[in-house]
Design a protein. Sequence first.
Length: 191
Amino acid sequence: MDELKETLAAVGPRLRELRRRRGITLAALSRTTGISESTLSRLESGDRKPTLELVLPLARAHGVPLDELVGAPQTGDPRVHLRPVHRPEMTYIPLTRRAGGMQAHKLVIPPRPDQAEPEKRTHEGYEWVYVLEGRLRLLLGDQDLVLVPGEVAEFDTHVPHCMASADDRPVELLVLFGGQGQRVHLRARTT
């Protein structure tokens, strides 16, 4: 509870400093927010507890986020901790966490040391592949394609397919996978 009291006690001085830095008088701030000068003065001195009804208009008037105004603690570690899955033919990193629906993965496919022809497979779904780094060999039905960074392929996974490095370097991809009939839709802005 002491942490809460300290946080609330720091709001007043923060409000005063922000107002002074902006060169605004209590009277001008009162006109902008609709909060009386005496209430603003008591807030700044710590004689009045800050409430949402008071700090929301002040945050708007000063053009700062509410959490900055009240000195709210950060909400936690923003980093995403990815867990790679290692297979002999590739490493994939799930980028989505929910089951079902569209799935996103980053794939790293090492070069094939034996240069044997990769085996094509089929399965339910639809894939969208974006090459990040390296050269991707995409065998899709009767087609033998090489995609370079920035190129995209989209295909029904019922078509026999496989992906491999096209040369002696690894290839990195971003893959979106959806259920059967679930395709990636890009929306373009109309002018």
